[in-house]
Write a protein that binds this ligand. Structure first.
Ligand code: ADP
Ligand code: MG
Length: 145
């Protein structure tokens, strides 16, 4: 599938885009969210989680220190994961992401997952976020298959 490109001009627009993109993630298990700090990865998850009825947008916060947040919806359980502070395969293994991704109905939304080759291999969808201005972002969604 060709990459889909979107532009947003506020955090709220990115949240709305996350909700709009949620149906495209229905068949995915592993979604990588790529972009610098402040690009809007966590903001996008707010909209995705709300669309899956898994969490209210205000309840979605950065898992930078907690590493994994779990949001249970009626159809899917979302795992919002931040690997910014994870540096080795060994540390990664302690998170048990493989087990989580094998759970029925799990959907992993991973920030900084591209640090690990294996996650790059396993990804179903990648969303790249680029800061193009103080409040503007370019988002590119690519499907792996
Ligand atoms: P990341 O998870 O990529 O580090 P966050 O989503 O935590 O980024 O933070 C994005 C920051 O940028 C927030 O403070 C948000 O309010 C701000 N922002 C400004 N414009 C946008 C936009 N168009 N989309 C997303 N976030 C935006
Ligand atoms: Mg984040």
């Amino acid at each position: 599938m060709l990459p889909q490109v979107f532009v947003t001009n506020s955090a709220d627009e990115t949240i709305a885009l996350g909700a709009q993109l949620a149906p495209s993630l229905r068949d995915a298990r592993i979604v990588l969210l790529r972009g610098d700090l402040g690009a809007g990865k966590t903001t996008l998850v707010k909209g995705i989680a709300e669309a899956f009825q898994a969490a209210a947008q205000d309840d979605v916060t950065s898992p930078t220190f907690t590493l994994v947040h779990e949001y249970r919806g009626p159809e899917r359980t979302l795992y919002h994961i931040d690997l910014y502070r994870i540096d080795t395969e060994r540390e990664l293994a302690t998170l048990g992401l493989e087990d989580i991704s094998n759970e029925e109905g799990s959907l992993l939304l991973i920030e900084w997952g591209e640090k690990f080759e294996r996650l790059l291999q396993l990804r179903d969808i990648e969303i790249v976020l680029e800061r193009t201005g103080e409040n503007s972002r370019k988002l590119t969604l690519t499907s792996a298959n």
